[in-house]
Design a binder for this molecule. Structure first.
Ligand SMILES: C[S@@+](CC[C@H](N)C(=O)[O-])C[C@H]1O[C@@H](n2cnc3c(N)ncnc32)[C@H](O)[C@@H]1O
Ligand code: SF4
Length: 374
């Protein structure tokens, strides 16, 4: 049973040059058929949920849907799932795709958290990234959301972009802080193999900042945001008090979550599953009332322990020794004695009275560390 759902809306106006998420050009008729298929998928999973604590509608660009389509989606959710009164309900929005009508629908249906992808505060950089909006359009969307009384807003940023100077990143971060969002996600650019950025990088047409510059950008991010009283609670995530992303904490705590939509992933009853990625095959499968699952993996034994450890170490507080003991009925050192000792000796990991957590050094080497667990 799960008390969280993720719903994937795989449409964007156009695809950003760095993005490898499962998303396609928006077509109104196809989106309509997609929402009908989603409704069927909700029916198939309704009995596997408890009253929902978190709902995350992500993409792609959920805010590209018209107001009536958004209303339909929320009606379907309400008809298939019980929702707790204090549930966190998030919608990912692309700047320039929200308006009064859409924001009013979201508010009316109980959406209480918005996540805007901004990435950078320079028009030239936005253009270079293939974004559809300008800085001015982002500001317009952000202020419109505030006017509609959204009091829990995240802003996504990316650093270590091609040709990005340190000063440009400082400018982006400080401008965003001046807007006083409740939450900021700051990702370093990942060069995804299937993207135009990757191809241009391979062809020598894109220059990335050095590893040292990237580390300096990350260090600056941590220092600046914590000085502004944002808690650094996960490698890439910073929040004001009580504004941690509850839905994302479900992932980092390796707890069950139903994933709905093309390419969505879920984890329920010990099974991790991934849905079919293509929109047409996804719709086709659901037209026959079959779950549109492409892959499943039963997480048992060491695999579940390793995944739980890896995900929890993403949090700055690390993994709770007690939670681990309660979940697996053993001490964490029993399963991971050698590797934990090695990381502690290398000063990548520290053990407090209650947790095992990455040190500052470990934080910068997190990806290399996690590879060892896989
Ligand atoms: C799934 S996207 C959805 C957000 C929304 N569609 C938008 O872009 O405005 C969530 C975030 O992932 C981040 N992201 C996507 N591709 C990335 C990459 N290759 N490297 C780092 N961050 C990336 C961006 O910050 C983006 O806002
Ligand atoms: S970053 Fe967001 S808007 Fe850009 S292609 Fe990816 S999902 Fe779509």
């Amino acid at each position: 049973m799960a008390s969280s759902i993720y719903i994937h809306i795989p449409f964007c106006a156009t695809k950003c040059y760095y993005c490898a998420f499962n998303t396609y050009a928006f077509h109104k008729e196809q989106a309509k058929a997609y929402l009908t298929a989603l409704r069927t998928e909700m029916e198939l999973y309704a009995s596997e949920t408890e009253p929902l604590q978190t709902i995350f509608i992500g993409g792609g660009t959920p805010s590209i849907l018209a107001a009536d389509a958004l209303a339909q989606l929320f009606t379907d959710i309400q008809q298939h799932f019980q929702i707790t009164p204090d549930a966190e309900i998030t919608v990912e929005c692309n700047p320039g795709t929200v308006d009064t009508e859409k924001l009013s629908v979201m508010r009316d249906y109980g959406v209480n958290r918005l996540s805007f992808g901004l990435q950078a505060m320079q028009d030239e950089t936005l253009k270079q990234l293939g974004r559809i909006h300008t800085v001015a359009e982002f500001l317009e969307s952000y202020h419109l959301a505030r006017e509609h009384h959204f009091q829990n807003i995240n802003i996504d940023l990316i650093f270590a972009l091609p040709n990005q100077a340190m000063e440009a990143w400082h400018h982006t971060l400080n401008e965003v802080i001046s807007l006083d969002p409740e939450h900021i996600s700051a990702y370093n650019l990942v060069m995804e193999e299937t993207t135009p950025f990757y191809q241009r990088w391979q062809a020598g047409e894109l220059q990335l900042p050095s590893e040292d510059t990237e580390a300096d950008m990350f260090q600056y991010t941590i220092e600046t945001l914590t000085a502004q009283r944002y808690t650094h609670y996960e490698i890439c995530n910073f929040a004001k008090p009580n504004r941690y992303a509850r839905h994302n904490l479900i992932y980092w705590n390796n707890q069950p979550c139903i994933g709905l939509g093309a390419g969505a992933c879920g984890y329920v009853n010990g099974v991790r599953y991934t849905n079919i990625r293509g929109i047409a095959p996804y719709i086709n499968k659901l037209s026959k009332c079959n779950k549109p699952i492409a892959d499943t993996e039963r997480l048992i034994g060491h695999a579940e322990k390793a995944e739980t450890l890896m995900l929890a170490l993403r949090k700055r507080e690390g993994i709770s020794l007690e939670d681990y003991r309660n979940r697996f009925a053993e001490e964490i050192e029993v399963a991971f004695e050698d590797i934990l000792k090695k990381w502690i000796d290398l000063q990548l990991l520290q053990r407090t009275a209650t947790h095992l957590r990455l040190t500052s050094r470990g934080l910068f080497l997190a990806n290399e560390i996690f590879v060892e667990l896989m």
